[in-house]
Design a protein around this ligand. Structure first.
Ligand code: C5P
Length: 214
């Protein structure tokens, strides 16, 4: 990865409802930060676009902090000539239709009007001029790998890293992860391991994929 320009998105995004409340997704940012860290150790030029996390950023990466999906998207489209993009962020799928400037008063029930956020990965995946040479998406699913395979095509990715989310594999905030890597060539399953080792395996896979497709 020496001198390769790599973008990593990580952490959750948050969407403000009023000045006090927000909606978000489950995500500690750990897997993305480990990928950024391993990339930097492998000689890559790493830009890490991150939502709010409690993590210490890895050294030797350029960190751009954002809050909302829109802010994340606006930062990403400024970055040109990306060699490899790792979209690990848990982007909030919805945002509030109308942000309220004052704190919403408590009442018995509250209906929030949510509208769909931009799908950053899909938009970058389909961008004819700005798509990274290799695009790696992530998919946390309670269902099986077919859902991740669908995302590979829909978002025009080269690789999808799949996480099965259930009681046995509660990856959120954990130091361990159990992944499968999906490409148009097939699927590779990994045993449960630390997020550091997952990052190393993901990078090794991407490296071999790059060799195969160059
Ligand atoms: O949420 P979903 O399972 O569709 O996420 C799959 C991939 O798409 C992840 O890599 C995530 O970072 C990305 N994504 C995105 N923008 C969204 C939703 C997801 O970039 N609005």
């Amino acid at each position: 990865f020496k001198n390769k320009k790599c973008l990593v998105t990580a952490g959750p995004t948050i969407e403000m409802i009023d000045p006090i409340r927000y909606i978000t997704n489950q995500s500690s940012g750990k897997q993305g930060y480990e990928i950024a860290s391993q990339l930097a150790l492998s000689g890559a030029n790493v830009i890490l676009v991150s939502g709010p996390t409690n993590l210490t950023p890895p050294s030797n990466v350029k960190l751009i902090k954002i809050l909302s999906a829109k802010e994340m998207y606006n930062q990403i489209i400024k970055i040109k000539n990306i060699d490899i993009g790792f979209f690990t962020a848990a982007v909030s799928d919805y945002k509030i239709n109308k942000f309220q400037n004052t704190k919403i008063k408590k009442k018995k029930s509250l209906n929030l009007n949510l509208v769909k956020n931009i799908d950053i990965l899909e938009s970058i995946g389909r961008d004819k001029t700005n798509r990274p040479k290799i695009l790696v998406g992530f998919a946390a699913e309670t269902g099986n790998t077919s859902l991740a395979k669908t995302k590979l095509k829909k978002k025009n990715c080269d690789i999808i890293v799949y996480n099965k989310i259930n009681k046995k594999n509660n990856v959120f905030g954990s130091d361990n992860n159990k992944i499968a890597i999906i490409t148009r060539y097939g699927i590779k399953n990994y045993k449960k391991m630390s997020k550091v080792n997952c990052a190393k395996e993901i990078l090794e896979y991407v490296y071999n994929y790059k060799l195969k497709n160059e």
